[in-house]
Design a protein around this ligand. Structure first.
Ligand code: UDP
Ligand code: MG
Length: 328
């Protein structure tokens, strides 16, 4: 008897379903243009598709605009959070609800040109399981933002336990296998692009030129970016914890050398080094500072453990349309 044909995840690419996930927080003036450009691109490169908007507790007319788009276009589905949970929970919710054989993440502000999705789909059909868009240039961003982000990506890459590609945001296509792998990680805080890198599979960069924001302003101020960087580091590296031990060992070494010098000087010449109060005060302040700093590093990790023991849901959906199943 003939064995049954092997079940493959993607039987034919022609009828593959492609999901596009758009996290949106106060993006009322971007969504209509985004939808028009997305729909045009997808009609050509993936006739079977769904567009999933995730309203992340917006306070402007974002949800209203999304409702209108969904009423007019049956390919549009949406989730609306009960409050602002953040960019990473929003992309996660989109991935949880997407049914596609491939899932694309794209920002709502048109900084990522939707037309690139056609090339991503091509690469996917050629065998790539993750196609991540890597910025060749980025328009409309301040020198400070470009500089801090360059430093961040390089620092993260050098201390992270997985190779997280540089100059790469969330704009990417993922095969269903990768989506399932990332969905199994329910950690909080979560750094989605780090998780995708962690998952492995066949990953390929796709170079592109990033546009300026179409309308509105960035939702990431310096403080939020700093927080995101801390979360990325604590999620993907234990090195800062090891630094505490190395620094401690170095300081103990220096103290020991000082002691030795003192003893030698005392025996040889009857004097001691650093006898004055100033030296002592400096040494004390320095050591106290160092200890607080290292306590801070440990607190970052402790905080992460704390959040994960609480095990709260990553997001809460208040309203949704287009999905058969209720929100998980
Ligand atoms: N975003 C979100 N929730 C937030 C902050 C941002 O869903 O709390 C969305 C935002 O609407 C956009 C994407 O995440 O679609 C990226 O945000 P933004 O463009 O402000 O970041 P930048 O490109 O400036 O780094
Ligand atoms: Mg942006």
């Amino acid at each position: 008897m003939e064995p049954p044909p092997l079940q493959t995840a993607r039987p034919t690419f022609n009828d593959a379903l492609v999901s596009v996930v758009v996290p949106a927080f106060n993006e009322q003036d971007n969504l209509e243009s985004l939808h028009a450009r997305l729909a045009a691109t997808l009609r050509a490169c993936a006739p079977r598709h769904e567009i999933i908007f995730v309203d992340d507790g917006s306070r402007d007319r974002t949800l209203e605009v999304i409702r209108k788009l969904a009423a007019a276009d049956p390919k549009v589905k949406y989730l609306s959070f009960s409050r602002n949970f953040g960019h990473e929970p929003a992309t996660t919710a989109g991935m949880d609800h997407a049914r596609g054989d491939a899932v694309v993440l794209i920002d709502a502000d048109l900084q990522d040109p939707p037309e690139i999705i056609a090339q991503m789909v091509e690469r996917w059909k050629a065998g790539a399981q993750v196609v991540y868009a890597q910025r060749r240039t980025r328009a409309g961003e301040t020198v400070l933002k470009k500089a801090t982000s360059a430093i961040f990506y390089r620092a993260l890459d050098s201390i992270s336990e997985v190779r997280i590609p540089r100059d790469t945001g969330d704009f990417r296509l993922m095969d269903r296998a990768v989506v399932e792998a990332v969905r199994r990680c329910r950690e909080n805080p979560r750094f989605v692009r780090g998780l995708v890198a962690w998952a492995g599979f066949r990953q390929e960069p796709l170079l592109y030129d990033r546009d300026a924001r179409f309308a509105g302003e960035t939702k990431y101020n310096f403080r939020k970016l700093l927080r995101l960087s801390f979360e990325a580091v604590t999620s993907f590296s234990l090195l800062p914890l090891r630094w505490a031990m190395q620094l401690g060992a170095a300081v103990v070494g220096v103290a020991f050398l000082l002691l030795l010098t003192n003893v030698v000087l005392h025996i040889a010449r009857g004097e001691t080094l650093g006898r004055g109060f100033d030296y002592l005060a400096c040494a004390l302040i320095f050591l106290a500072g160092l200890q607080l700093l290292m306590l801070g590093v440990m607190a970052e990790y402790l905080g992460m453990i704390h959040r994960n023991t609480l095990a709260r849901p990553l997001y809460l959906v208040a309203e949704q349309r287009g999905f058969d199943t209720p929100a998980p």
